[in-house]
Design a protein around this ligand. Sequence first.
Ligand code: BES
Ligand code: MN
Ligand code: MN
Length: 462
Amino acid sequence: MNTIQSYIKEHKDRFLNELIELLKIPSISADSAYKKDVLKTADAIKISLEKAGCDSVEICKTDGYPIVYGEKIINKNLPTVLVYGHYDVQPPDPLNLWNSPPFEPVIKKTELHPEGAIFARGACDDKGQMYMHVKAMEFMTSTNQLPCNVKFMIEGEEEVGSSNLAIFVKNNQEKLKNDVILISDTGMIAQDVPSITTGLRGLSYVEVEVTGPNRDLHSGLYGGAVANPINILAKMIASLHDENNHITIPGFYNKVEELSNEERTEMAKAPFNLESYKKALNIEAVYGETGYTTNERNSIRPTLDVNGIWGGYTGEGAKTVIASKAYAKISMRLVPHQDWEEITQLFKTHFENIAPKGVTVNVKTHHGGQGYVTPIDSIGYQAASKAYQDTFGKTPIPQRSGGSIPIVSLFEKELKSKTILMGFGLDSDAIHSPNEHFGIFNYLKGIETIPLFYKYFTELSK
Ligand code: BES
Ligand code: MN
Ligand code: MN
């Protein structure tokens, strides 16, 4: 029988080994030292799409890393699903915190993954989740069960802002025309609690530089008499939140959508255990904006976080010095309706305004993107919901995520189609952290669920 279950059973080892091979290539888009590896990964994806049954696959050049594009058009009158994913990964640092090297994948069992998980950078974000789609495609084409047209668009710059993909999308509207976009690059609530991501936060990422005296000074000779940029920066950053952990930038909350009590009650129904949450992170208490629950704080509320801060002497021993400059990288997670460029401007104006005399500040924009929400009454959502119902035996819960995939709102703007976010990772899979992993259960469940999405989407489109 050519069911997806029997197909997975038969090909499971190969599915795992192919992913492991892909994970061995360090496709770190942020570090130019890995350029060859990033390009090599694009080639590997091209070959895998060809083998999975795409009719034409091309490596589309951009000013940065290429986009791998493949398609199989079986009938112009049938719907078209556009699959998006990314083959680049985050830098693995800090290396010493990995229990096994990040690009030498190993399978280990964990409490949440009793069937084993693949440990490697990119295992979950996003090579493992992207590759589920390639294997689902292989199943559908090789068993003659592809019910509609498919287009694949796999990029290599998601972790650095997707700026070249944005240009590609604007310039290739016809080629990318589709009825729904399908992405697996998010998570689900728990192994036995399937969920579909219905929202993503937007992002504004800035870097600030505070300059005091024109050179580093002796902290005894000058200390107390001139502004210390590091002290000042710390003070300025601290002032960006008030005692209720509200962000103090004027106008920051102007466009924030307040959810109705009904919506909040609905959200609160999602299973969540605060004690295990704290235990998993080894913290005594959670921390955040007054008046909101943990799940609200990390999904429907905007945030401001320092991601890195540096300046002065950080080497071994002590050096008495007042640094000339101090720096910080700051991200603001935004909710739908907040415009990232407007928020970036509000931040810049406010940060310049609060700088005391004696220092100058410079705010540089890195990248950003708008948030995203998708309704649950669309055909796409319904198709996904039915697919999960079949493979998990439960109706999936709609859930807004705190993470960002900025290109999704651009897809909506340029291609006029909605994205369905079928994520199969767990929050505890340590994406962007040391020891990233992806459960074998999750990987195979994804491969099993995806073809059903195609089936139901095609049926519901009639
Ligand atoms: N796949 C993640 C985003 C994500 C993860 C969303 C889990 C929801 C749940 C993506 O690769 C990512 O890391 N995005 C970045 C933004 C990007 C512009 C660098 C992020 O959210 O920090
Ligand atoms: Mn990702
Ligand atoms: Mn990521």
